[in-house]
Design a protein around this ligand. Structure first.
Ligand SMILES: Cc1cc2nc3c(=O)[nH]c(=O)nc-3n(C[C@H](O)[C@H](O)[C@H](O)COP(=O)(O)OP(=O)(O)OC[C@H]3O[C@@H](n4cnc5c(N)ncnc54)[C@H](O)[C@@H]3O)c2cc1C
Length: 286
């Protein structure tokens, strides 16, 4: 069992790992790729950096520093956080138990721009299988998405639903986990219903009758994790205290996902606080 699992390998995630490892913690970092730094061609406002570096080079150096410290890094997507003896971090490759979690997934820009989706929110459209699946017992359900997050949401619904289809809305289905659900790759034109969701209208006019549609586009974001665990969110940002801890004991957050001033320097600083304080939390609760 790891002491601390860090979700995200951007500057906030790797900085928190460096501090947690140096505080004696057994740490695992799970990250699905380079985050915002991939878009930054040059960074020249970071303290002590004598020449301009690309975001990709800064990311490479961070990962190298983590490896030099013996840090464990898995390339992968986290699809959920559950409860166990502590917390369970869910990925397509399996679940990882830990005592504390640091969410450092940056800011998500995913959106499902389909006509009618907002109209039916709370009337058949949901963003959380764990929260709302129970209300759809024996119903015909859809999951909107194309990756492991969508597959994981479908698996959560499998215990309740009569039938589940994953709608990729024109995208290739890229989930790496084993899939036993029907996949509909066509593009969706709109959602229809009379006061509540009743069907998806596909481009070309065919209709798919549905009682519920669970939106799981792209990767699970900070807001998705927050909603499932009951973490307080304000204006799309995870709310943390001075120790970087959320309202859930043992769940910390750092970097762009907590809002404030989204910069490399702040992400690194918030990561340092979360890593050090998460280590203190684990030691105190041993
Ligand atoms: C074009 C551009 C230019 C910029 N220029 C500057 C600059 O000059 N100076 C400056 O200080 N800042 C700059 N920034 C901002 C800076 O890049 C960010 O503030 C910083 O990278 C935030 O760090 P983070 O660790 O919070 O998030 P990110 O760097 O976004 O990292 C998030 C990490 O989480 C991972 N992740 C997300 N979801 C999941 C999931 N479900 N499972 C597993 N992993 C997941 C991602 O793969 C990534 O590893 C720039 C940003 C952009 C877009």
């Amino acid at each position: 069992m790891h002491d601390i699992i860090i979700i995200g390998k951007g500057p906030a995630g790797i900085s928190s790992a460096l501090y947690a490892i140096r505080a004696g913690m057994k740490v695992l970092v799970i990250g699905s790729g380079v985050g915002m730094l991939a878009k930054a061609d040059h960074i020249d406002n970071y303290y002590g950096m004598e020449k301009t570096l690309s975001g990709t080079e800064i990311q490479r150096r961070g990962e190298e520093q983590l490896a030099a410290l013996g840090g464990e890094l898995i390339q992968g997507e986290v699809t959920g956080i559950g409860f166990g003896d502590g917390y369970l971090v869910e990925t397509a490759a399996g679940e990882f138990p830990c005592k504390a979690v640091i969410i450092a997934v940056g800011k998500s820009r995913k959106a499902a721009k389909i006509a009618g989706i907002e109209e039916f929110e709370g009337k058949g459209v949901s963003y959380c299988a764990v929260c709302d699946g129970f209300f759809f017992k024996e119903k015909v359900l859809g999951v909107l998405g194309d990756g492991d997050y969508a597959l994981n949401e479908a698996k959560h619904l499998a215990g309740f639903a009569k039938e589940i289809t994953i709608f990729t809305n024109g995208q290739a289905f890229t989930a790496t986990g084993e899939n036993s659900f029907a996949v509909e790759p066509g593009k969706i034109e709109k959602l229809t219903g009379d006061g509540k969701l009743e069907a998806l209208v596909m481009e070309g006019g065919s209709k798919k009758a549905l009682d519920g549609l669970f939106v799981a586009v792209g990767q699970a974001s900070a807001a998705d994790f927050a909603q499932k665990l009951g973490i307080e969110v304000l204006g799309g940002n995870i709310v943390v205290d001075v120790d970087g801890m959320t309202n859930m004991p043992g769940i910390f957050a750092a970097g762009d996902c907590i809002g404030g001033f989204p910069q490399l320097s702040t992400a690194v600083g918030e990561g340092a606080v979360a890593g050090q304080r998460a280590a203190a939390y684990v030691k105190k609760n041993r």
